[in-house]
Design a protein around this ligand. Structure first.
Ligand code: GTP
Length: 633
C-alpha cells in the first residue's frame, strides 16, 4: 500500500503546478461510466487534491477531508512526474470502495488516493467529478475518520512539507481551516458567553474546539477565568449535569487551565461570584462534555479536574480551623515560675559552672559570690548564701543542686520580712492608695489589676487619673474602670494633679467608696517638678484625712535591674512609699533585684506582676519566689 500511495503523491505534486491554472476553469459534468473504465488510473488521480484546495464545492462534501490527508503523505514522492492525469479521473468510482480501507487503517493514506484521483486529471472537466464522488461517501466515512484523523492530518501537512513541496503545504493548510469554519458557530457563541445565562457554556466549548487539534489532550484553552464563567453557567444548569463534585476534585484540570489564559474569560467573573465554590465545579464538568459531545463524549469528563474550586476548598478548610482556640490557664505558681525562668536559668547555670567537680574552697566561694551579685541579688544576699554554704560544706564536694537549695533558703529568709499582704484600713472611707513610680513601670496596669481584685472581693473602688500629662494614661485608666466597674475621676490634660486628687477624694467619700486609687505621673526627667507635684498631692489629701494617703505603692520594673534600687530611694523620700509592687518579672533575667531591694529598703512587697493580664498580679510569696529563682522544685 505504501508504494501505491507514494506514486500517487508524486503525480500530484507535479500536477499541482500545472493544474492550478486549470482549476480556475469551470467544472464540466462528470461521466461516471467513464470513470469506472478509468479505475486503473486512480493512482494518477493524485493531482486532484491540489485542485481541491482551491475549489469551493468540495468543502461541502466529506471528501474534503480526504484531500487534506493527501498533502501529508506527499512529501516523499515528488520524484515521479505524472504529466497526464486525465485517465485517472474516472477513479471516482473507486472512491466509494475506499470507505472500507479508510476505516481499517488509521493512517489517512488509504483515504488520500480516493480524493486525489478525481482532482488532478480533470484539468477543467474532470475536476467537477471529484466533488460528485464524495457525495455517496459522506455519511459513513466522516463519522469514522473525523475523530482520529483531524488532529493527525492537520499537523503533518504543515510540518512535513520541507523543501520542494513548499507549494503543496500551502494548500493543505488552507483545507483544514475550511472545516472549522463550518463549525464557526462556536465563535458566535463567545458573545453569548459573556452573558451570564447557562447557554453560554456552549460557546466555551467552541473556543476549546478550535484548539482540539489538541482534542486528545484535555482542555488547553480554558483559563481560570474561563472556568469561573463555566462555573456560573454550571450553577444554572448544574442540575442537568451528572458530574459529581468528586470528579471535579481532581487537580489535573488546573494544569490545563493555566496554559491557556484568554482575554474573553475575564468577562465571566461576574457569574462566578454568584455560584458558591461547590457550584463552580459543576460548571467545569459542563465545559468538558461539550467539546466531547461532538466527537468524544464520556472520556473527557475528566476536565472536571479543572476544579478551580481547589482554591475554594482550601478556604473552607481554613475556616473550620479558626474556630477552636481554647487557652487553658496555668496555675499562678506555674506562671510565676515560667516568668522567672530566664532569671533562674541564668543563675542556676552559672552556679553549675562553678561547682563542677570542685571542692568548696575560698576560690569557689568567691566565684559563687560573683555569680550571685551578677544575678542582681545584691551583696548582702550573696554574702548570706556563701556564708551559709561555707558553714556546712567547706572543704567538701558540693554539687550545684546543694548550692541552689542553700541559696533558696537564704533568699527566702531575706524576703520573708518583706513579703506582707496589703492591709486596707476601711475605717477610712475611702482608704486612699497613691500609686507612684517611673513612667512605664506598670502603675496604671497595676491599678487596674488591683481594682479587679478589690471589686472581686466585694469592695467599692474609685479611680483617679492623676497622670494629667498623658491622654493615653487617662484613657487607659478609663478602660480599666470599665472592666472593673469602678468610676474614674479624670480631668483635662495638663490640669493640676493635686486638685484632681482632692476632687476624687471628696467624690469617693460622697460615694462611700471603700477604696480610692490615685494614679500619678512618673516623670523622673524633671525630678524637681515631680517631687513638687507628689508632695502637693500628699499635702492636699492630708487636708481631707491627715492619714491619707494611707498606702503609697511604688511599682518597680524588674527589668531595670540595679536602677530599681535608686528609683525606690527617690520615691520613698518624695512620696513616702510604704509598699512595693514588683512588675514585669516575666521575661527578665534580672528578677534577683527584688531580693536586693528587699534587703536594702526592707519595704513590704505586696504584689508581683508576671504579665499584662488582669490576673497576672498576685500577692508576693517569699518561699515561692525563692524556690522559683533558685530552680528548686
Ligand atoms: N510583661 C509585663 N508587662 C507589664 C506588666 N505590668 C505592666 N506591663 C506593661 O507595661 C507597660 C506600661 O504599663 P503602664 O501601666 O502603662 O505603666 P505606667 O507606669 O502607668 O506608665 P505611664 O502611664 O507612662 O506612667 C504596659 O504595656 C503594660 O501592659 C507586667 O507585670 N508584665
Amino acid at each position: 500500500m505504501a508504494g501505491f500511495f507514494k506514486k500517487i503523491f508524486s503525480f500530484g505534486k507535479k500536477e499541482v503546478v500545472e493544474e492550478r491554472v486549470d482549476e480556475t476553469a469551470p467544472l464540466p459534468p462528470i461521466k461516471w461510466e467513464a470513470l469506472d473504465a478509468l479505475k486503473p488510473a486512480a493512482e494518477q488521480v493524485v493531482p486532484e487534491f491540489l485542485k481541491r484546495d482551491e475549489p469551493q464545492p468540495e468543502a461541502e462534501t466529506t471528501p474534503t477531508v480526504e484531500p487534506e490527508v493527501i498533502p501529508a503523505p506527499e512529501p516523499a514522492p515528488v520524484e515521479e512526474p505524472v504529466p497526464e492525469p486525465a485517465p485517472s479521473i474516472p477513479a471516482e468510482p473507486e472512491i466509494q470502495p475506499e470507505p472500507a480501507p479508510v476505516e481499517e487503517p488509521q493512517p489517512v493514506e488509504p483515504e488520500v488516493p480516493a480524493p486525489e484521483v478525481p482532482a488532478k486529471e480533470p484539468t477543467p472537466e474532470e475536476v467537477p467529478a471529484a466533488p460528485a464522488a464524495p457525495e455517496p461517501v459522506p455519511a459513513p466515512e466522516p463519522e469514522e475518520i473525523p475523530g482520529p484523523e483531524r488532529p493527525e492530518v492537520v499537523p503533518q501537512p504543515e510540518k512535513q512539507p520541507e523543501p520542494a513541496p513548499v507549494e503543496v503545504p500551502a494548500p493543505p493548510v488552507e483545507a483544514p481551516p475550511a472545516r472549522p469554519e463550518p463549525e464557526i458557530p462556536p465563535a458566535e457563541i463567545r458573545a453569548p458567553i459573556r452573558q451570564p445565562p447557562p447557554v453560554e457554556t456552549q460557546p466555551v466549548l467552541a473556543e476549546i474546539a478550535p484548539e482540539p487539534q489538541a482534542a486528545p489532550t484535555p482542555h488547553p484553552p480554558l483559563d481560570g477565568e474561563g472556568r469561573r464563567e463555566a462555573a456560573g453557567w454550571g450553577d444554572s444548569t448544574g442540575a442537568s449535569h451528572p458530574h459529581p463534585r468528586a470528579a471535579l476534585g481532581t487537580s489535573p484540570i488546573e494544569g490545563e487551565i493555566k496554559p491557556a489564559p484568554e482575554a474573553p474569560p475575564v468577562d465571566i467573573p461576574a457569574p462566578i461570584r454568584q455560584p458558591s465554590p461547590v457550584e463552580s465545579q459543576p460548571v467545569i464538568a459542563e465545559i468538558a462534555p461539550e467539546p466531547q459531545a461532538i466527537p468524544q463524549p464520556a472520556p473527557k469528563p475528566v476536565p472536571a479536574p479543572g476544579k478551580v474550586t481547589v482554591t475554594k476548598k482550601v478556604e473552607q478548610k481554613a475556616e473550620p480551623q479558626k474556630a477552636p482556640e481554647p487557652a487553658p490557664r496555668r496555675s499562678w505558681f506555674q506562671r510565676m515560675k515560667d516568668g522567672l525562668a530566664r532569671s533562674s536559668k541564668e543563675l542556676t547555670g552559672n552556679i553549675a559552672g562553678v561547682f563542677t567537680k570542685r571542692k568548696l574552697d575560698e576560690e569557689t566561694l568567691q566565684d559563687l559570690e560573683d555569680v550571685l551579685i551578677r544575678a542582681d541579688l545584691g551583696m548582702e544576699t550573696a554574702l548570706r548564701v556563701t556564708d551559709a554554704l561555707a558553714a556546712s560544706r567547706y572543704g567538701k564536694d558540693v554539687s550545684d543542686t546543694e548550692v541552689r537549695a542553700i541559696m533558696a533558703a537564704e533568699v527566702e529568709k531575706v524576703l520573708t520580712h518583706v513579703a506582707m499582704p496589703l492591709e486596707l484600713d476601711l475605717s477610712h472611707k475611702p482608704h486612699v492608695i497613691l500609686v507612684v513610680g517611673v513612667n512605664g513601670t506598670g502603675k496604671t496596669t497595676t491599678i487596674g489589676k488591683l481594682a479587679a481584685k478589690l471589686t472581686d472581693g466585694g469592695l467599692s473602688v474609685m479611680l483617679a487619673a492623676g497622670d494629667t500629662f498623658r491622654a493615653a494614661a487617662i484613657e487607659q485608666l478609663k478602660i480599666w474602670g470599665e472592666r472593673t466597674k469602678s468610676p474614674v475621676i479624670a480631668s483635662k490634660i495638663g490640669a493640676d494633679a493635686a486638685g484632681l486628687a482632692y476632687d476624687a477624694f471628696e467624690k469617693a467619700r460622697e460615694a462611700g467608696s471603700d477604696v480610692l486609687i490615685i494614679d500619678t505621673a512618673g516623670r523622673l526627667q524633671n525630678k524637681t517638678e515631680l517631687m513638687a507635684e507628689l508632695e502637693k498631692i500628699v499635702r492636699v489629701l492630708g487636708k481631707l484625712d491627715p492619714e491619707a494617703p494611707h498606702t503609697v505603692l511604688q511599682t518597680v520594673d524588674a527589668t531595670t535591674g540595679q536602677n530599681a534600687l535608686n528609683q525606690v530611694e527617690i520615691f520613698r523620700n518624695v512620696a513616702g512609699v510604704n509598699g512595693l509592687v514588683m512588675t514585669k518579672l516575666d521575661g527578665t533575667a534580672r528578677g534577683g533585684i527584688l531580693v536586693a531591694i528587699a534587703a536594702k529598703h526592707k519595704l513590704p512587697v505586696y504584689f508581683i506582676g508576671v504579665g499584662e493580664q488582669v490576673d497576672d498580679l498576685e500577692p508576693f510569696s517569699a518561699s515561692e519566689f525563692a524556690r522559683a529563682i533558685a530552680g528548686v522544685a
